[in-house]
Ligand binder design. Sequence first.
Ligand code: AMP
Length: 518
Amino acid sequence: MHVGDYLGRRTLYTPDRLAIVDHGKTPALRLTFRELNDRANRLANWLRAEGVARGDRVAILARDGVEHLIAFYACGKLGAIHTPLNWRLHWRENAAILEHVSARGLIFGDDYQAQAGEIVAALRAGPAALSFLLHLDGPGLPGSLWFDTALAQASDAPVTCETLDLEDIACLLFTGGTTGLPKGAMISHRQINWNSLNTVIHDLTHGDVYLNVFPLFHAGGLFTYLATQVTFGNTTHLVRQFDATQVLDLLEREAITVFAAVPTMYQMLTQAPNWEKADLSRLRFCTSGGAPLPVPLIERYVAEKGVKFKQGFGMTEFGPGLFALAPEDAVRKAGSIGRPNFFVDVRVVDDLGEALGPDQPGELVLRGPSGCSGYYNDPEASRAAIDAGGWFHTGDIVRYDDEGYFFVLDRKKDMFISGGENVYPAEIEAALYRHPEVLQCAVVGVPDPQWGEVGVAAVVLRPGAQASPDELLAHLRGQLARYKVPKRVELLDALPLSGMGKILKRELRRTYSPGPSR
Ligand code: AMP
C-alpha cells in the first residue's frame, strides 16, 4: 500500500465524502474523494504521456492549493517524486535546486510566473532543462500549458506503478540551508505510512475536520494531518496562505475540529480584529508545534476561548508526528512536548553518544520506521546525520523528567557559550514572554571579544505598549542568572519569519553580529 493508492482506496470506500475545500479559489472549490482521485489520475496520465516515470522528479512552485495534492497523489500513482519548492527562496536558489535534482518539469502558480521565467531561462541551455511547464492560472509562459487544460486532455483511467516499493521516494522536502543550499530530505512511501500511524494514534479520529495553514512545501503542510485525513476519509480545508482574520472566520464557519499552527501564528490570531468575537467551541483541540509555545499564550487561549492545547513535535526528516502532549497534560506539563509517539524510539545522548538519564540535557536522537532515506544526492550529509547505531541526530537539546515527559531546551546551533557557560536562548525567551508587554521575541548569540559570545534579544512589543530595552533587561535580571541576560535588547516592528512562520534566527544573528558581514 503506497501513497499513490490512498485516493483510489478512499474512492472505493467513501467516494462522495468531501475530501478537500480549497478556500484559495473564488468561490471555494469543494472536491469529493472521487473528484480528487479523478483529477490525480488525469494528471498522472498526462505526466506519463510526457514521459514521466518511476523515480522522476516533478516540481511545483505555488501557494497552497489543491493542485499541490493533485500533483502529490499523481506522482504517487506513477512512482514519480513530488518536489515542492519553497516560495520564500530566491529564484536562483530554486533554479539551483531544480538543477541539483534534475527535475523533469515544473508546475507554477501565477504569483511565481516571473520566478518561473527566470528559472526556465537559467536552466534552458544546461543538462537539467525542464521538459514541460504547467501554469495554474494567469497567462503562463511561452511553452507552458494551463494545468486545467492538461487535466481535460488526459484520461481519468486509474494509474498505478506495479513495480513500486515502499522504500521508493514519494517526495523531496527541502530543509536547513543555513550554510549553502537546502538539503532535499528523501521521504519514502514507508515514512509517510508510519507517520500517519504515529499521528492517528494520538490525534485524529473519524469525522475530524482539519484546517491546514502550513505551506505545502513543508512536512508540516503535507503530513501533519493532511495525508492522515485522506486515509481516514475526513475533510481538510486549505487556505492560500496564513491570514489570521480568515482563519478565525473559517474555524467557526466550517466547524473545524482540529487545527495546527506554529506559535507565531497563534500569537497573530490573538491580534486579529475578529479574535474577541470568534467562537472556537467546535475545536476538539489546537496543536502547536515547530517551535516552543510560550506558556502565557496557552493560558490566554484556555481563559478566553476554552481551547485545549496539544503540543506536537516533529521534523522534516522523521515526520511531523514524533511527540505528543495530550490536552489533559497541557497545564500540568506546560512547556513539554510530551512523550514519544508509538512508533519512534528516542534517546537523549551526550557528545560521545552515551545515553543520559532524567533531567540531564543532551541531544535528542531518533530511530524508527518514520525516518527519511537520507538527503537527495548528498551522501556526505546523509552519513553525517546518522550514527553507527542507526540513530538520527536531531540537533535538538532536550531533557526528560522522571515521568518521561520531554522538554526542548534549545537547538544545538542556537545554544551559545558566554564566558564558558552554555546559554539556551529558549529559556531567556520564556522569561521575556512572562513580561506583559512582549508579543514576540527571539534571542541569538553573537560573537563578543570579552565573553566569546553574548545574547541579543530581538523583541516585538504588543501594539501600543511602551516598555524600554532597559526595562526588559531589568525584568530578565530579576529572573535569570547574570551570564544568561542578553547584552542588549533591540525593539523591532516585526521578526523575520520563514514560510512556516518560524522565526529566522540566522537572519537576526547576521544582523547583530559585529564585523564586515553586518
Ligand atoms: P523542520 O524540519 O523545519 O520541521 O524543523 C524541525 C525542528 O523544529 C526540530 O528539530 C525542532 O528544533 C523544532 N521543533 C519542532 N517542534 C517543536 C516544538 N514543539 N517545540 C520546540 N521546537 C520544535
